[in-house]
Design a protein around this ligand. Structure first.
Ligand code: C2O
Ligand code: CU
Ligand code: CU
Length: 491
């Protein structure tokens, strides 16, 4: 049986280390969550409502509040945008203006971030430094450049210290930028499905949102994987057709390693852009915040499992003291795909490529960024003794500028993870390319996993858009604990 984090804590509790772990005990909701997950599966795949821009503009009001949402034949507690989790899908085109009136119906600060969009972080743009207080409102205006790449992006709260809880509770939604590439016959004829992957804790009231200090250090997880808020949905696909699946990992901490029985996934896009050519893979790893777009050619009749496979994302590096000491995201069923019909499988469309695709600009400067973890004073002794999560040895300070970069320049960054745990690195506003990337990752990215004890090199062009924004670990508890830095791009 895989050692999940909750199970690990339970086992170590039983093994009598409870004293050491007293400050880190599981949330009281965890056991109810385990039992409530049974019997909630089996829904039909469905997607959030989609609202589309017209005449160059999409204006919408999003109200963040606590609510009950449907759960099988009953209900569960969640945070919602306009009553649903995920919130509505916002569809825009390059050159559009997206206007969002955010109302905060929660009892703490929230705000809004458009993850992956290449838009201004200043003023009333994608400005994550400004919180919206309880009962307050803020209007965001996002001017989407006329040469913005098409793709799947997403929105979620970004009020420092509250992000993990609010996203875990259900505050997330998709943003789609469409352009001419989406209108080629091969894609127009396909069945497009958006998959917002989350793992809420299931329960009746806000008790489900309680977490321990240990949960925060590992990164909080729920026990139930949902797709667009539905557990283990079923898709019915016809042989002879093409399925176009667009995944976003909207979980605060869980990694998904997706694999579909008897089928390959043909990756056509990464976070923020098309690949030079489709790449067939047997499995696809999505760390928190990452997106991927794949084509699936339904071939074998019958019912197939889309699973997430076991992924070990490392631990606290405390070796013997903590016993098992590693967070393993266990294998789990994500969805069922039933293929009907007798038509021969469709052929894979080849022309799904952005003609502007990916040519690597050559960097004019370089820097090293170090992701680290250390003991933050005292051994696990309650909140004061939390482990610290740092970038270049420091925790987040909104008033400090950690990186000053020149508008119009291109930099090569080496992101080193000196800690014993994986961290997904995310940069706002300015998408990047990976050096040394496998073919399935050679598109524009804004989030990349940096495995424990290793490093990844990226190339970041600071084109078109100046401003002050952030980069951080997308295990959202780590971000809230301060694993975030400030970047200022100026002419
Ligand atoms: Cu999806 Cu700064 O985050
Ligand atoms: Cu972001
Ligand atoms: Cu992290």
């Amino acid at each position: 049986m895989p050692l999940t984090r909750r199970r690990f804590l339970r086992l170590t509790g039983l093994a009598g280390v409870a004293g050491v772990l007293s400050a880190c005990s599981r949330s009281p909701s965890a056991s109810t969550a385990d039992s409530n997950t049974v019997g909630a599966g089996g829904g039909t795949f469905s997607q959030p409502d989609r609202v589309m821009s017209s005449n160059g503009r999409l204006e919408i009001t999003l109200r963040a509040e606590a609510n009950q949402v449907p759960w099988g034949s009953s209900q569960r507690y969640a945070y919602t945008y306009n009553g649903t989790s995920p919130g509505p899908t916002l569809q825009v085109r390059p050159g559009d203006q997206l206007v969002v009136h955010l109302h905060n119906g929660l009892d703490v600060d929230t705000n809004l971030h458009t993850h992956g969009l290449h838009v201004s972080p200043m003023g009333d743009g994608d400005n994550v430094f400004v919180p919206v207080p309880p009962g307050g409102s803020r209007t965001y205006r996002y001017d989407i450049p006329s040469d913005h790449r098409s793709g799947l992006f997403w929105y979620h709260p970004h009020a420092h210290g509250h992000v993990a809880k609010q996203v875990a509770a259900g505050l997330a939604g998709s943003i789609i930028v469409v352009d001419g590439i989406d209108e080629i016959p091969a894609l127009l004829g396909s069945t497009e499905r958006i998959w917002v992957l989350s793992d809420p804790v299931i329960g009746e009231d806000d008790g489900v949102l309680a977490v321990s200090a240990m949960d925060q250090m590992f990164g909080r997880q729920g026990d139930t994987i949902t797709v667009n808020g539905i557990a283990q949905p079923e898709i019915v696909a016809e042989a002879g057709t093409v399925e176009r699946w667009r995944f976003v990992n909207a979980s605060p901490s869980r990694y998904y390693r997706l694999s579909l029985d008897s089928h390959q996934l043909h990756v056509i896009a990464t976070d923020g852009g098309r690949l030079p050519a489709p790449v067939a893979v047997d499995e696809l790893l999505l760390s928190p915040g990452e997106r991927s777009e794949v084509l699936v050619i339904p071939a074998a009749r019958g019912t197939h499992r889309l699973r997430t496979l076991r992924y070990d994302r490392g631990g606290m590096g405390m070796g013997g003291m903590m016993g098992g000491d590693s967070v393993v995201d266990p294998e789990a069923l994500v969805a069922l795909v039933t293929v009907n019909g007798d038509r021969p499988p469709a052929s894979l469309p080849e022309s799904v490529v952005d003609p502007r695709s990916v040519s690597l600009p050559s960097p004019s400067g370089s820097r090293v960024i170090e992701l680290g973890m250390g003991m933050g004073g005292g051994m696990m002794g309650g909140r004061g003794g939390m482990m610290s999560f740092t970038i270049d040895g420091q925790t987040f300070d909104p008033d400090r500028t950690d990186i000053a970069a020149g508008l119009g320049t291109v930099e090569e960054w080496e992101i080193r993870n000196t800690s014993p745990m994986d961290h997904p690195f995310h940069l706002h506003v300015w998408p990047f390319l990976l050096l040394d990337a496998p073919p399935s990752h050679r598109g524009w990215k804004d989030t990349v996993n940096i495995p424990a004890g290793s490093s990844v090199r990226i190339v970041v062009p600071f084109f078109e858009i100046p401003g002050r924004s952030v980069y951080h670990c997308h295990i959202l508890d780590h971000e809230d604990l301060g694993m975030m830095g400030v970047i200022d791009v100026a002419a």
